[in-house]
Design a protein around this ligand. Sequence first.
Ligand code: MLT
Length: 405
Amino acid sequence: MFRVNENYLKLPGSYLFSTIAKKVGAYAAAHPEESVIRLGIGDVTLPLPPAVITALHRAVDEMGAAETFRGYAPDLGYEFLRKAIAEHDFAERGCEISPDEIFVSDGAKSDSANIQEIFAADSRIAVCDPVYPVYVDSNVMAGRTGSFDADTRTWSDVIYMPCTAENGFVPAFPESRPDLIYLCFPNNPTGEALTKAQLQDWVDYANREGCVIIFDAAYEAYISRADIPHSIYECKGAQTCAIELRSFSKNAGFTGLRLGYAVVPKALRDRNGVSLHALWARRHGTKYNGAPYIVQRAGEAVYTPEGQEQVREMVGFYMKNAAYIRTGLKEAGYEVYGGVDSPYVWLKTPGRMTSWEFFDYLLEKVHVVGTPGSGFGPSGEHYFRLTAFGTWENTVCAVDRIRAL
Ligand code: MLT
């Protein structure tokens, strides 16, 4: 009789956002009279920018005409998009990334889950705690995380780097040497960012210790302060130790369209001199047939002058929400973090309530949905996340309801 991959059986319960969706669905079904406001999962609410819509229409028409029809996309992505990315996301910031170091994908979630495949099975991973659950779960599936301790909700073979108010949400170097270090900055879920000097320290550490940093920069469009790096390649030496993941979801509203990319520099090699770039290209070639042509044209439109202006407006809209949440909750006496360089606001739960107690409390008393901090890891306990991706009306209403509690 066949057997399943038993690593999957070690995963505790369902994925965080599925658990929340189930709970909220049950509550809404039992209380149809209540208007529930969802500021839980970081899903955008504004429609796609007009420049993107125009590009989509044009590309759809091309696909319907014999002369311009396209079949399989190149599995690493169309040149027109990779060039636009290299120029706007990197060259303009002084980073030397060439188009053929860019691998177009269907989003940063898949890339962050899949990238671990090219590393040795016994690689040790280090993650910030709290952490975007995909980094850990994908390594659980790969059998790399040891056993799960239900009391501490930690994996025996994972190195956790606490990020709390006490250390300003900046991870300290781990006591034992990891092989892979997952860093997401601006951070999901804390909403806090690393300065360029702090990120440079991590790059230096990784080069010194022979580690790879998987740098998730999905929220870079939300950076407002000048000393926060948008790319890890702004740091010296990052090309020999870092892979960067980017997403079109949060900066341009592509959560339903799906587009992202990974940067794997050619200078990045393991201790035997094996090129990670070649491995990732091989992996793409075997397992991926490329993001759809029409979606890649939509991505290209993001980099046009109109596209840039429209996505700036979009980001500005969400950051106005973030400011409203931050200010409103601060005035209501909450301890509040994030929301300055990121669309996530991270707050301390009141009165030592656990994260899930506060989740239930908000849902039942004011019908507002957020994300319990403990769902992101043990150091997230007694914290709670609200997203700025709601509509303005819902954001104002949610904050006002919480203030009135
Ligand atoms: C989140 O809410 O943390 C994000 O929306 C999850 C994701 O981007 O996959």
